[in-house]
Design a protein around this ligand. Sequence first.
Ligand code: DQA
Length: 135
Amino acid sequence: MKIVILNGPNLNMLGRREQSYYGVKTLDDIEELVAEKARELEVETEFYQSNHEGALVDYLQSLTPDVEGIVVNAGAITHYGISLRDALIDSRLPIVEVHLSNIHAREEFRRHSVICRHRAGTDCRSRLAGLSLRP
Ligand code: DQA
């Protein structure tokens, strides 16, 4: 089984940005933790990060048929990225949306996700990923 782990804008800055929300681990640290867990579960992983919505869309459109699911932290694109949402839907894969911070306990504009609205007939779930990654 192969899954892709997709990260959006500014997540390449983890470890340096707003540590009170996102902790001190870098994206490389987090990807290594995820890869290690995936190896235990015999799941293959592919990681991709971009600061550009179009690049994330291009990446999704180029996925190979062996990919069976997507874990996505779209960063700020979570709150407005309709083209990313559309590309995720078009992938026809199960999607799990994750965040490092609790977006429902922050500013009003972060409480709304366009990625994982409840959609009939799709498998789209939302998770808070951050707690076990904090120092
Ligand atoms: C985030 C939450 C977003 O609102 C923010 O723009 C991010 C990170 C999170 O992981 O908590 O970049 O997706």
